[in-house]
Design a protein around this ligand. Sequence first.
Ligand code: PMP
Length: 436
Amino acid sequence: MSPTNAEVFAHAQAVIPGGVNSPVRAFGAVGGTPLFLASARGAYVTDIEGREYVDLVGSWGPALLGHAHPEVVAAVQEAAARGLSFGAPTETEIDLAEAIRHRVPPAEQVRLVSTGTEATMTALRLARAVTGRDLVVKFAGGYHGHVDALLASAGSGVATLGLPDSAGVPAAVVADTIVVPYNSVEALEAVFAEHGPRIAAVIAEAAPANMGVVPPVPGFNAAIRRITHEHGALFVKDEVLTGFRVGYSGWWGLEGLREGWSPDLFTFGKVIGGGLPVAAVGGRRDVMSQLAPTGPVYQAGTLSGNPVATAAGLATLRLADQSVYRTVGEASARLRDAVSKSLADAGVPHAMQWAGSLFSIMFGVDAATNGARDYDAVKATEHWRYGAFFHALLEAGVYAPPSPFEAWFVSAAHDDEAVSRIEAALPAAAAAAAAA
Ligand code: PMP
């Protein structure tokens, strides 16, 4: 007989810290044994026990088209057959950079890296170099990867684990990081009034989705743009999660493009690798050209622009046309409404919060009060109801994100059958949340 998830998890914990290679995977926030996955296709994942689940994690973002899209897999196979890694430039890297720039023209130049963490780290280094300033402003609950300087009041796994910060980050490193409550223009103005001439950059998730989804109030990103501009600081818009997921041109396409503004730098990741490790920093040419070898800001990577990974990303972006975003948006809206209805039927106060096709549930929040608009408000929700809700879904064959502080990821492969399966599982999950 094949081993169970519990048996494999026990083995994993012996050789891998916590049995996982990224903390949220360990089910710490919801309890129980993580599923060890054997395969994934379309809207479904299958664990090592042979059970199939409708997947709402989507590899935490990359699986926009659904898992193992045949054309993406074919592109990967073709690229792999030509060689796995060269450590020399390839034409696919140019094609991917062009594909990004085509969708987001203010990303005038693009440097490819392998993870979102590298992208945000590089963006900060660039901002500090071009401004000659040290301070960086981030928002509470904003997650930008495990960059030392940004592990102050971060969301995602840090929120899940309830760690205020990370051990091992020198006090001197976060001393240059100022944390401001999200959605507060006044707080940002106040910080700039005090420290303006020393601030290199403000980094913000384009629409935060690592403390649960907390969309920017209308005009908030534009206010960041205005304030940074007034003080000679850079605006780094982190679209690692939202980029090319919430729309053809990412969150910028939904907001900046319409309102006529752009950040100085963008960070991208997830979808642009189509499931393989690709991320990027892009933006103003005069800033980007400060990177080595044209400029003095050092940044490099053995596997940066890897030919197999960039082939996956390029194939994904080529397939992700407007109809894909429409499909994802419709499936997401239907699901969001179904979740909300099941919770209302079970008498569970909640607010659904969403940013484009990304959504999450804020338990115990009255939807009429504008929901939870910053990290403190999120922490004050009844997020402890989520574990029971999650496990009832899992029992019924639905794999939701194993943390209340993460977004739900719907893909273009979430067709009527997949969404119907989730809908069928919701009443029992809502009842479990009510009883929690
Ligand atoms: N920025 C944001 C907004 C993210 O959501 C993430 C990852 N979830 C990162 C940066 C870090 O990306 P990576 O995990 O690839 O390092």
